[in-house]
Design a binder for this molecule. Structure first.
Ligand code: FE2
Length: 202
């Protein structure tokens, strides 16, 4: 299943995209890291080696409900490493940190509302309450008017069926992207996820 911007119609017959649903910020918003500005979480600035894990490209557009691109929107992303560990002092998960992965970046959409970043697929992890969270990437998106906090999930993960944050949504599939094979100019073995984000007004 490919994540797409769902289209609705208003009374006048004008296409209206469905707003991307919000999710909680969660406890691991970075407090000790500075965001990487190079859109390459799989090899952060200053790292000699690649991060461990499944190489993943995430790309999409930020749009308004009427389908207009949102240029120069600020996006922050943060995520666990491939072992499910956040680089955060409150993360008590005994899984190891990856010296080549910090998991925090800041991006800006281009003039057509597009964004893209290179990362590794995050691992699943257990909450202190013992609930297993599916792999996900946290997003905040700030347009000129709107601010959205959400999470991106991946198709085919068994925990997607039970995760209470994802399943708190009427349409959880709105936040689930399928993993596609890479185009020829990207590394073999990488995968690609498309995630369009719709803000109310931009
Ligand atoms: Fe998380």
């Amino acid at each position: 299943m490919r994540q797409t911007s769902r289209t609705q119609m208003n009374a006048g017959g004008t296409p209206r995209l469905a707003i991307t649903p919000p999710q909680i910020v969660g406890p691991f918003y970075p407090v000790t890291e500075r965001p990487d500005l190079a859109a390459n979480l799989a090899r952060p600035s200053g790292s000699a080696d690649e991060a461990r894990g499944q190489l993943l490209y995430v790309r999409g557009r930020v749009l308004t409900r009427s389908g207009e691109p949102v240029p120069h929107a600020r996006i922050e992303i943060w995520q666990a490493n491939a072992a499910g560990k956040y680089r955060h002092p409150s993360d008590t998960n005994p899984a190891p940190l990856d010296p080549n992965f910090r998991g925090f970046a800041q991006l800006t959409t281009d003039g057509a509302g597009r964004y893209a970043f290179r990362t590794i697929k995050p691992g699943r992890y257990s909450t202190p309450e013992g609930e297993m969270r599916p792999p996900h990437i946290h997003f905040t998106v700030e347009g000129r008017i709107d601010r959205l906090v959400t999470q991106l999930y991946f198709a085919g993960e068994p925990e997607n069926q039970t995760d209470r944050w994802l399943n708190s949504l009427a349409q959880p599939e709105r936040l689930i992207a399928s993993l596609q094979a890479p185009p020829s100019h990207l590394e073999m073995g990488a995968c690609v996820a498309q995630f369009d984000i719709v803000l109310p007004s931009g």
